[in-house]
Design a protein around this ligand. Sequence first.
Ligand code: F0G
Length: 524
Amino acid sequence: MNSTAAEPELAEPYLREWLSTVGLDVEYVRAEGNTLYFLDDGREVPVLDYAGGYGSLIFGHNNPEIVAHAKALLDGGSPVHAQFSRHPYANQVATALNRIIHRELGTDEPYSVIFGNSGAEANEAAIKHAELDRVLRIQQLGEELAAHVEQVRAAVADGTARVSGRALAAAGAEAGEDPLEALLAGVARHNAERLARPPLFLALEGSFHGKLVGSVQLTHNAGYRAPFGALAAQARFVPIGRPEELKRIIEEERAELLDLVVTDGAVEVVPRAFPVFCAFLLEPIQGEGGINVITAEFGQAIQQACAEIDLPIVIDEIQSGMGRTGAFLASSLIGLRGDYYTLAKSLGGGIAKTSVMLVRRSRYRREFELVHSSTFAKDHFSCHIALKVLEMLEADDGRAYRTAGELGEKLTAMLEAVRADFPDVVKEIRGKGLMLGLEFHDQSEGSDEGIRETARAGFLGYAVAGYLLREHRVRTFPTASAANTLRFEPSTLISDAEICQLGSALRGVCSVLRLQDGKRLGGA
Ligand code: F0G
């Protein structure tokens, strides 16, 4: 059915209205390579797309090789729904992922793979798996402690051990008529309090791990997160580049259970580390939070701090992975090793919606497979598309990775040249490969009222995006949680001419900001 102007807007009506105020409510009717097309008087108007599906299009829109593969799958009657059967193609995806990851990480430890449908879902699978692992470890610890209590009871009963005042003090217990019962009650009270604590996560300030119930609590932006705080486990957020803060938070939250042992005829209280934290989630290059790159030094500090408390690291490569930064995993470029990895976006080749969560074998809990599933995950169609994408990335000895790296250098050089010409407007260029950001100086004290107000409302980047689309037919967005930063995530097909076009467009908007021409910029 065709929509008519008289039809009420029911699909996210407020978002639609807001998009129209900045001129971004364009309907695209066709997409190819780095170009999206809209219709103007029946004629197609091309728009150069640097948003790249928020990083979902490493090989561009409707890549012919991927589309041909998809057509062949559909023509061949690909069984999209064949749940609870053999999925050799899913295993092929897992094998291909392992081969690539082993090469990049220099390890041969296998990673088990759980499939999902979106980025947030992959992170939620990681969150759930890490919690299952924590719960099972706590269960085991609880069983050990219970066995020790029985041993202590027996030793006291047969007179080979006695309860000392020191043990009672360590358990916060008062010596009553029966010192053993007093000690056991003290220990039980202490342990019950620790065991009742909900799990805690660690994440970085500026992080974005999704907007579902669990993952949104690990997303730093309070606007997304705060209203839903009561629905899921919480995170402590560590400022980027501040390992001492990470140490302080770990120290602040640490907890111990009390264990009992008999030594030299005395019952002693021994503290045992209690796993307060469930996992540390991080993006090696933050996308939505402003294209913030984690350094190798900070990565190492995190790795070390987590190893010290046996805390698994979940590396969210949903945006930075799949070759975008010149390697399959951006984290491999800084020598960071994850216990878990999550991938989505470009894994679906720009046409399928699929995601994966990988867990290294030494952490893997096979019980997870019985408690986590999705109707749509691991289907024949999206697995075969993912396989095709992985094959294309790996072709010609990894030409796609090299291309992403080289094009990223060209794009960075162009952005740096713009910054050099407009140092009063452009604050910084950040990122790696084809995941780049350009931050504008704050305009909230600008001389033009329109620009000032737009900046104060946090919409500068959106007004700039509207201007770039309207005046230069270039599509890019600010990183939503850092609205002064534009991000550029084109495909590996980006040409010199397309890089030039972005350069001219950016120079255009920089002039508008330098001249404080609010009318020309437009905006909210
Ligand atoms: N993790 C990262 C690093 C992401 O960039 C995103 C989405 C997600 C998880 C969630 O994935 O949307 O498939 O559920 N990032 C988009 C962005 C929305 O704006 O960068 P999803």
